[in-house]
Structure formats: structure tokens, C-alpha cells
Design a protein around this ligand. Structure first.
Ligand code: CA
Ligand code: CA
Length: 292
């Protein structure tokens, strides 16, 4: 028996895991409070310089009594500060994953996003493919450091997203957020996937790969402190499949309460019961224009 176990152990050691690119050094900056307003529940937590992530673990997301693994973050939160010195952007690195979670079958590797070999088909490129959509964008993280930006290229910070949305309405919303941070000094963002019936209907990944759930929609909540009110918030709910022409995030405003209903997440826990009324409001983009 000992011999058999030893042999199995050797086999395991000999089976090579894919070589993933390594993270750049993670240097946390205490002046950033990425989840300042409190987001619950917290699953597998990771703390990067530019963002905080709660990645889906073996809990039961859809409440059917069975453990499930969706291969994506449940939420990512990050603080954005006003742009300091303008700077050039670093190159895009290869996508990384967490080697321990990958070995445990909890986080995907890059192959899951290969979409059944469609990268080799000329017909399936540009708009009509699922790409790795950053939740904390790389160019926002560049405001902190080149290393912080590099470390956004991990599948802990990504969900499958149609290319035209990633490069269209979602990119527009990211640019708005960067602009609002410039106007107001600091803002906070919480974003993540939404599944309308609590169970994914579409997955990436082939039989020998970890399956990755394709969200039905993404949410993004934006928060800032206000001189008059305590807080101003905006909540966006953007379907993953949209007409390409629809690029205006303002068309997709909703309330934080609606996002809570859809995701089971709870926002603004730091405010306690004081946050309840705020969560019912549908914010207005006009309230985010800079003061004159
Ligand atoms: Ca789970
Ligand atoms: Ca389940």
C-alpha cells in the first residue's frame, strides 16, 4: 500500500502544471480603501494593489443545495483617485491565474477562455467572441503603479464578455469612472456578474478544462462622497448581449437594491441601516457633473 501511495505521489509530482506568468510584486498602499463601504458576502478574498476581489469558491451560489464553482469573481471593488501625473501605459502582459486555485480546480487557466478552439477560426474573431473582460481595468490601475496595472491581468479579475461590449459600452463606463475620479478626487467602484435566474445558462470551456460561467449581465456600482449628502451612488445593470450600437451607460441605470436582489450581494454594509434608503434610489448622471 505504501508503495502504491508513493508511486501515485510521484506520478502527481511528475504531472506538470501549466506554467503561468507570475504576478508582479504586490505592494499594498494603505491610502487606498478598495472596499471602504463594505460588500458581503466575502468568499475567497484576494487583495491586490489596485483592487480587492471575492472569487467564487465551493459555496452554493444558486441555492440548489449543491456546491458549485463558476470560475469567476463574485465581485471586485476598487477605489480610483484623481489622475496625478499623466503617464504612458505599460504593455499588456499574458493572462495569469492563481496556481493553487487552478490546481484545486477552483480558478480557470487561459485555456478555458479559448472557446473550443475558435481562435483558429477566422469567422469567430473581433466582435463575436467572448474575451476576458477586466473588472478592475488595467488603465485605471496604472494610476497606482505599473506593477498594479500588470496584476489586473489575472483571471481572478475577469469574466467572459462579448468583445463589442468589452470594447464598447463597458469601456465607456470605465472612462466615465476615471473622469468622475478626476472631478471628485476619489470614487469607489464595485462590479461583478449577474445571473438572472441564479444559474448560468452558458459556459466556456471544453470537457477537460474548468468551465467558466458566462454572466447574463454585469453590474457596476459607483460611489462618491458628496459635500451636501453623505454619499452619491450610481448603479448600472448592463446585459452581456446588447445591440452593438447601444453604447450609453445612462440607459442602464438602476438601484443598488435591484442589484442586491439579482446577485444576493449586500452593499454599503459600513453604513448599516442608514444605507437602506440610499439603495432604493436610482441615481442621476447629472449629479456627477463636476462643481463649477
Ligand atoms: Ca460557488
Ligand atoms: Ca449550487
Amino acid at each position: 500500500m505504501k508503495l502504491t501511495l508513493g508511486f501515485c505521489f510521484l506520478i502527481c509530482l511528475c504531472r506538470p502544471l501549466p506554467l503561468f506568468p507570475q504576478y508582479a510584486p504586490i505592494v499594498l498602499d494603505d491610502s487606498y480603501e478598495h472596499d471602504k463601504w463594505g460588500t458581503e458576502p466575502r468568499d475567497l478574498m484576494f487583495f491586490f494593489a489596485a483592487y480587492t476581489v471575492s472569487f467564487d469558491g465551493r459555496d452554493d451560489n444558486n441555492g440548489d443545495g449543491n456546491s458549485d464553482l463558476w470560475g469567476i469573481p463574485e465581485w471586485v471593488s476598487y477605489e480610483i483617485k484623481a489622475l496625478g501625473e499623466d503617464h504612458s501605459l505599460g504593455n499588456r502582459p499574458r493572462w495569469m491565474t492563481d496556481p493553487e486555485l487552478y490546481a484545486a480546480g477552483i480558478a480557470p487557466g487561459d485555456e478555458s477562455y479559448g472557446v473550443s478552439g475558435t481562435s483558429r477560426l477566422g469567422e469567430v474573431k473581433t466582435d463575436y467572441r467572448f474575451v476576458r473582460g477586466h473588472l478592475c481595468p488595467k488603465d485605471t490601475a496604472e494610476r497606482i503603479s505599473r506593477d498594479a496595472a500588470y496584476n489586473t491581468h489575472t483571471l481572478l479579475n475577469a469574466v467572459p464578455q462579448l468583445q463589442w461590449q468589452n470594447n464598447g459600452i463597458w469601456k465607456n463606463l470605465e472612462a466615465l469612472c476615471n473622469g468622475w475620479a478626476n472631478s471628485w478626487g476619489r470614487i469607489w467602484v464595485i462590479c461583478g456578474p449577474v445571473f438572472f435566474n441564479k444559474t448560468p445558462s452558458l459556459w466556456l470551456g471544453q470537457d477537460d478544462e474548468m468551465r467558466v460561467a458566462v454572466p447574463d449581465a454585469l453590474f457596476k456600482i459607483v460611489i462618491r462622497e458628496d459635500p451636501a449628502d453623505a454619499l452619491k451612488t450610481l448603479a448600472f445593470l448592463i446585459p452581456n448581449i446588447l445591440p452593438k450600437e447601444n453604447r450609453n451607460p445612462a440607459d442602464f441605470l438602476t438601484s443598488l437594491a435591484r442589484i442586491e436582489d439579482l446577485t444576493g450581494l449586500v452593499f454599503l454594509t459600513a453604513l448599516g441601516s442608514q444605507g437602506a434608503a440610499l439603495k432604493q434610489l436610482k441615481g442621476r448622471i447629472e449629479d456627477w457633473q463636476p462643481l463649477r
